[in-house]
Write a protein that binds this ligand. Structure first.
Ligand code: ARG
Length: 456
């Protein structure tokens, strides 16, 4: 491609470190899409003749068909996807192929391809996030009133419902999706036509190519156009936050499916056995979702580090934006699918969850609230009285509801036996009617709201 200035070919090691075709061949569809738009614009503006462009476009379609069919072998000697496509085009149509690169450089070409690829992938991932939200909201609707322990510090805190817990993740995914939408909106400018870095002397129409490729507008500064990878960074940042959410949920599945918790059971479809311990059912998919988050974070860190020292504009370092990004987004996609699969598969053990919800004096706050509401005690005093009662019950190794009225009155004489009504876990969750609270009626309403929104 640059034989004019070079007498000999590259050293084998040079070729190995330089070539990106092993991974950037993933961009072939986007590369051809970009070339088709560029060629059409070159004809429209009279930069190339209509005949040449017709030949080029027909040739590009042939190349597309050949790659699609798997008949094309990418060559390392041709370095990257752009040169592989162009050289194949030359084999098909001869000299006219050499005119396609008029008013364009691989620098604006790769920036365009990468934006197109990331945009396509963001759309796919958004669909998968919506599907996971749907799986969770459906389960939340079914289990809106299923009582389970709510934790802080992984210590029993207050009873909540399983549906409420699932909807917490639906909210997280809602924010993940809004980050994706946001990144997509900023990404949607077209760098094609920035050429190598300075723009071009040919009378190109960048608005035309931008429109043809579905971008909102061309990028405004040619130097920025070829040296910007913010759109990848924003995508990896949104992907990292989502991977972190999935990892937290995965961690809960790991805990919940232990015999010690026993809150949920994954079927054989989402469990693995042990080659030595016949009793084992391991939640490998959840562990892998938790573990793979590291790869997504790593890609973000890698790209930030790669970019931070680069002077304007393009440097070959930037070729390193691809492998981590491809891997991270493919990983996220797999994790989203596996998580949706586990959500649909998992069966909660309602009895176990409910029993666990009452452990650890989880309704102590309900008792304190009763003292405030009925006896008009200041909350701080109520907290103190309740603390003493918990102390007595804990000494006796029984729940609060197992204390006698006399034992309670020994601490606070005004307590009546009406207090026992607030000590049950069902009553506790039912009473949490504040907006966003865990009362089953609230949870059902929120689940339905999500289901309605997701069906749009
Ligand atoms: N394969 C290159 C990349 O991914 C394409 C751009 C090459 N540009 C250049 N000036 N060598 O970054």
């Amino acid at each position: 491609m640059w034989g004019g200035r070079f007498a000999t070919g590259p050293d084998a090691i040079m070729e190995e470190i330089n070539a990106s075709i092993d991974f950037d061949q993933k961009l072939w569809r986007q590369d051809i899409r970009g070339s088709l738009a560029h060629a059409a614009m070159l004809a429209e503006t009279g930069i190339l003749t209509k005949e040449d462009v017709a030949t080029i476009i027909a040739g590009l379609k042939k190349v597309e068909g050949e790659i699609e069919s798997g008949a094309f072998t990418f060559s390392r000697a041709l370095e990257d996807v752009h040169m592989n496509v162009e050289s194949n085009l030359k084999d098909k149509i001869g000299l006219a192929a050499g005119r396609l690169h008029t008013a364009r450089s691989r620098n604006d070409q790769v920036a365009t391809d990468m934006r197109l690829w990331v945009r396509d992938t963001l759309d796919e991932i958004d669909g998968q996030m919506a599907d996971l939200q749907l799986a969770m909201a459906e389960k939340a609707d079914t289990y809106a009133g299923a009582v389970m322990p709510g934790f802080t510090h992984l210590q029993s805190a207050q009873p909540v419902t399983f549906g409420h817990h699932l909807l917490a993740y639906v909210e997280m995914l809602g924010r993940d999706r809004s980050r994706i939408r946001d990144a997509r909106a900023r990404l949607n400018e077209c760098p094609l036509g920035a050429a190598a870095l300075a723009g071009t002397s040919f009378p190109i129409d960048r608005h035309m190519t931008a429109k043809a490729l579905g971008f909102d507008r061309p990028t405004a500064n040619s130097l920025d156009s070829v040296s910007d990878r913010d759109f990848v960074l924003e995508t990896l940042s949104a992907a990292s936050i989502c991977a972190m959410h999935l990892s937290r949920f995965a961690e809960e599945i790991v805990l919940w499916s232990t015999p010690q918790f026993g809150f949920v059971r994954l079927s054989d479809a989402f469990s693995t056995g042990s080659s030595i311990m016949p009793q084992k059912r391991n939640p490998d998919a959840a562990e892998l979702v938790r573990g793979k988050a590291g790869r997504v974070f790593g890609a973000l860190q890698g790209l930030l580090t790669m970019m931070k020292g680069l002077p304007l504009t393009y440097s070959k370092d930037m070729q390193e934006d691809k492998e981590g990004t491809f891997d991270a987004l493919q990983t996220l996609s797999l994790c989203l699918a596996a998580t949706a699969g586990m959500v649909r598969d998992m069966q909660p053990d309602l009895k176990v969850m409910k029993k666990a919800a009452g452990l650890g004096y989880a309704t102590a706050t309900d008792l304190a609230d009763w003292l405030v509401r009925v006896l008009k005690m200041p909350f701080r005093d109520a907290h103190h009285v309740t603390g003493r009662l918990v102390g007595i019950a804990s000494e006796k190794k029984v729940g609060l509801e197992k204390l006698s009225l006399a034992e309670m009155q020994a601490v606070e004489p005004q307590i009546t036996d009406a207090v026992f009504a607030v000590l049950g876990v069902d009553q506790s969750v039912k009473s949490r009617v504040s907006y966003g609270g865990t009362a089953p009626a609230n949870v059902r309403k929120q689940a339905r709201r999500w289901l309605k929104q997701l069906s749009k």
